[in-house]
Design a binder for this molecule. Structure first.
Ligand code: AMP
Length: 213
């Protein structure tokens, strides 16, 4: 099964992608995670992406398309995949179609996560994670036992720099201008499935499972 997860920042698509990939044995490819890792390691890709990410803007299409193409052509995604955070522009969606056609791969469904702006700002301003084990927390709904400290390993929790409110608002604007048009692109391809994402993670997962099975 080959899926694309589409939706604004904070809609929970990353969390759901991890769960679904584990359940169905799919490869989960988050372009945001790949870029954050590149920034952390100071690779040429990371150095180029860093400024765009800090401002909540998209990195140039060419950078990200090259990255996905290498993962498709080296067979890395052949047991089925969830693309999380890619494509994010119409040119990226067109490039993906070309790359998949060339390699004889088809997309099964594009899941579009739907959520209100106010809920996004609320969720992201309370989002914390553990830099050691990657566990996620959400204040005040999902607090660690000791504030600021990971329950699993005692590491100090961190926030993503682009979860700061002014950057979140920019990311939402960027989503509306550059990513929303992809919804029509996939609707025209009869691949679009809309998912109500403003519910608890377990409820969203249940709906997701019923949509892909
Ligand atoms: P995410 O973790 O998906 O919210 O992505 C974090 C940041 O990485 C975004 O705000 C962009 O700066 C960058 N990014 C991730 N995926 C893409 C993409 N497909 N195209 C352009 N920029 C991306």
């Amino acid at each position: 099964m080959n899926l694309v997860f589409l939706g604004p920042p904070g809609s929970g698509k990353g969390t759901q992608a991890v769960r679904l990939a584990e359940k169905l044995g799919l490869v989960h490819l988050s372009t945001g995670d790949v870029l954050r890792d590149a920034v952390k390691k100071g690779t040429p890709l990371g150095l180029e992406a860093d400024g765009y990410m800090k401002r909540g803007e998209l990195v140039p299409d060419a950078l990200i398309v090259g990255l996905i193409e290498s993962r498709i052509t080296n067979g890395d995604l052949s047991r089925g995949f969830i693309l999380d955070g890619f494509p994010r522009t119409v040119p990226q969606a067109e490039s993906l179609k070309g790359m998949l056609d060339k390699n004889g791969v088809t997309l099964d469904t594009v899941i579009c996560f739907k959520i209100a702006d106010g809920e996004v700002v609320k969720r992201l301003s309370g989002r914390w994670f553990c830099p050691k084990c990657n566990a996620g927390y959400n204040y005040p709904a999902q607090m660690p036992k000791t504030e600021g400290v990971c329950d699993n390993d005692g590491a100090s929790l961190q926030r993503r720099p682009d979860d700061e409110e002014s950057v979140v608002r920019n990311r939402l604007e960027v989503y509306k201008k550059q990513t929303q048009p992809i919804v029509d692109f996939y609707r025209a391809e009869s691949l679009l499935t809309e998912l109500e994402a403003q519910k608890s993670p377990d409820e969203v997962f249940e709906s997701l499972l019923s949509q892909v099975s």
